[in-house]
Design a protein around this ligand. Structure first.
Ligand code: ADP
Length: 305
């Protein structure tokens, strides 16, 4: 490009020189023409050089920015994987520690309560299996092949999650309402990740209600949507979510809690999206938040049709 424009400038110089000999009379057309050509020949190269240099620096800046973004994305992925594992197994691990403490206390009594201690140990084993299943499911998430979907009864899923949070709901004096439409079809999905989604949403709801005084009502609803999908919602009367945080809360590592990891909702969203659904949040009336997602009924699932 520079060669081409230098040739153009040399041609303009040539025209200028030819126009000078013989020298045109003052203020004639030729006299003005020589000045215009002179101005163009000197200005053109300067403007082009400035343009080329700016384009070059612009490209360089974009390349540096892209490299920085790539490095940040790589660091973020590593951090996100570690945070995902930590976040997902934290709940079963704390349950195991709490139950182990309880069984010690039961065995330490003057007359040990063996039946209750046995039950606590049985629950520890169940939590251990759950942690193992969660790790397995995270590993599956990073595999490229298709996930193994099976038919799931949504009510069973809800009951299973509520059994895990029962003690916390009771200790925080939360009123629990479980509403399920009659004739709800079974859904098609991956049980362990869906269990984690419900557990995350319910745990967040409990924590949001614990952070404020006032009536504490947790409502877990499952119904059939107009399009035939199974619609699930978790509604609470907690702190609620401000309009500027509505999208940010789904970003990895975004948290407003001092001990939060900010991974729960981002994991939930990716699990629901892997089930061809969408996880959305809206304000609850008059107070709190409602998280909603819908799942494909087993009868219309693409894998079955
Ligand atoms: P963490 O619970 O570790 O902070 P999450 O991704 O689960 O990570 O949640 C991100 C943020 O979203 C929370 O810190 C909280 O501010 C907000 N949030 C999530 N659920 C609720 C809810 N039910 N009510 C109010 N805020 C919520």
């Amino acid at each position: 490009m520079l060669d081409l424009w230098l040739t153009v400038v040399m041609c303009l110089y040539l025209i200028e020189m030819v126009n000078y000999y013989p020298a045109p009379s003052r203020f004639s057309v030729g006299w003005y023409g020589v000045r215009v050509v002179g101005f163009l020949s000197s200005g053109l190269v300067l403007i082009l050089l400035l343009y080329e240099i700016n384009t070059l620096y612009g490209g360089l800046l974009n390349a540096v920015r892209a490299q920085r973004r790539e490095r940040e994305a790589r660091l973020m992925t590593g951090g996100a994987i570690a945070a995902t594992i930590a976040h997902e197994i934290r709940q079963p691990l704390s349950a195991m520690i709490m139950r182990a403490d309880t069984s010690f206390r039961l065995l330490d009594r003057a007359t040990p309560d063996l039946d209750k201690a046995k039950e606590a140990v049985r629950n520890i084993a169940a939590d251990g299996h759950r942690a193992q299943a969660v790790i397995e499911s995270i590993r599956e998430n990073f595999k490229m092949d298709a996930r193994a979907h099976s038919t799931i009864d949504v009510n069973d899923l809800v009951a299973e999650v509520l059994a895990l949070v029962r003690d916390e709901v009771r200790s925080r004096r939360i009123l629990l309402v479980v509403a399920s439409s009659a004739g709800l079809p079974q859904i098609m999905g991956d049980r362990i990740p869906l269990l984690q989604v419900l557990l995350n949403l319910i745990t967040n709801a409990i924590e949001a209600m614990a952070a404020r005084d006032g009536p504490r009502l947790l409502c877990v609803r499952s119904e059939i949507a107009d399009d035939g999908r199974v619609l699930m919602s978790v509604a609470d009367t907690g702190t609620g979510i401000s309009s500027q945080d509505t999208e940010r809360i789904f970003n990895p590592l975004f948290t407003t809690k001092s001990d939060g990891m900010g991974m729960g909702l981002s994991i939930c969203r990716s699990i629901i999206e892997a089930h061809n659904g969408q996880l959305l949040v809206t304000p609850n009336n008059p107070q709190g938040a409602v998280f909603r997602f819908s799942l494909c009924p087993a009868t219309t699932h693409p894998a079955l049709s």
